[in-house]
Design a protein around this ligand. Sequence first.
Ligand code: ATP
Ligand code: MG
Length: 550
Amino acid sequence: MGNDDKPKSFIRNLIDEDLSCNRYSYVMTRFPPEPNGYLHIGHAKSICLNFTLAKDYGGRCNLRFDDTNPVKEDVEYVDSILNDVRWLGFDWAGGLRYASDYFDRLYECAEQLILSGDAYVCDLSPEEVRDYRGTLTAPGRDSPWRNRDPQENLDLFRRMKNGEFDEGAKFLRAKIDMASPNLNMRDPALYRVKKARHHRTGDKWVVYPMYDYAHCVSDAIEGVTHSICTLEFEDHRPLYDWVLEKLDWPQPRPRQIEFARLNLEHTLMSKRKLLQLVKEKMVDGWDDPRLPTLAALRRRGFTPASLRLFCERIGVAKKDSFIEMEWLERAVRDDLNPAVKRVMVVTEPLKVVLENLPEDKAEIISAPYFPDEPERMGHRDVPLTREIFIEKDDFRLNPTPDFFRLAPGREARLRWGGYIRCHEAVTDSTGEVVELRAVFSREPSGTGKRKPAIIHWVSASQSETALVRLYDRLFLVPKPSGDLDQELNPKSLTERTARLEISLKEAKAGERYQFERLGYFFCDEKSSENALIFNRIVTLKDGWARMAKK
Ligand code: ATP
Ligand code: MG
């Protein structure tokens, strides 16, 4: 079915089997977010997986909001999720669904389970329920309400629906097996009273279905064939199958398949923790570029293609693991490398006076935007003037033996420019170097032992300024436990006032560039003509090595 070129995964193998034995004649998947938070890169894995499988097998993928808990859900989240899925590059093609669309049907199915003796109304309090449930090693005990007859259950359930009972006073549960080794099968709840307004159904309902019950029935209603979810649902699969079996749902029924969720080092995917970071203002909103949310990655400048590439490369497995951030960074570098212009920006400017150049003149250098293929992206003019800025870090007053860039008496090569030899460092009263005096030449003097290092620079008089944001890992430890006081990296954001080469005067919000030696940068959406802001998407891992060869 046109997917032979795709690397095989255990999921594709299962689907192939299902198709070849005619269990299904088509493939239908779904991505089922709960609208209680913003999507993160973990969700991207699930989105890419579900939509790509559907596409490769010529099937369909629904986007279904699992909106069964009115208390935590919000239209703000619905809108952000729609936007994020679209941005990632996927199209649900008319398959936009809400579990709340099925509230009537779910309710009818619950009555059916009551009448067949497979569900009952229970009056135990939440504490009692916990007590009766037993433990992993001890079986549970039957609820005293377990043997109510179906007509009584039906009457009570209808009265629950009509608002006659308070929250927690009664709930509907499946009648399965209180001694099951699987705790999910010990008469799990199907419906509870919740006197809350729902963002779509308003005040129509005061009883709401539980996730485990609503999910399998929603899948079945939509004709989903492969219901793909993360590993923690493996123990819920018997319940998923039980519900559809007891409802005598026609074949073919959906099949649940579990895969390992994405964990990324140095960050967190827990919605609860992300919400806490946002609410307690430890970051600047859901789209703070340090977060793993899709809104944040977009704001930082990641491309949808790079996230898709990342998801494809990490693949799907059956065992939980942590992925190094490097994988994500490599994907965005690989995506941007052939696509973006190279320019020069100095983030910590140190002035250098080239004493032998005239005051009011500039030499215009035509520098290629993409040195590897100069013709592809053209050239821009770079003015070389008597006063330039170099990166503070490219100079040392007292260089250590492993420092090969500029120092008093040393020569460095200006990218696209020529050579400068520093003969004096001007310091302020604190001993900090505030200016360098140097002599410019077209050719190297040839006196040094090694080839002069290449450094980037911008003209002091013909340049722009911009706010540049540099990001580091949000968490200091690779596998954060969520202790925000201890684990958050206090230096995850550095802001600098940078000098940009003059061609960037025309930069527009949404554009990406490689700042030579510094990384890939994104012109922030909040940039304006007079106040440019650039976010560093990612550093250039081997930027220095590449430059040194040229
Ligand atoms: P919650 O605790 O609120 O349920 P959740 O992260 O599971 O949080 P959902 O909105 O239920 O959020 O997730 C939607 C879909 O995304 C689910 O099918 C879920 O399995 C999948 N998903 C969530 N987190 C990850 C992750 N880290 N890696 C892969 N898939 C994920
Ligand atoms: Mg979930």
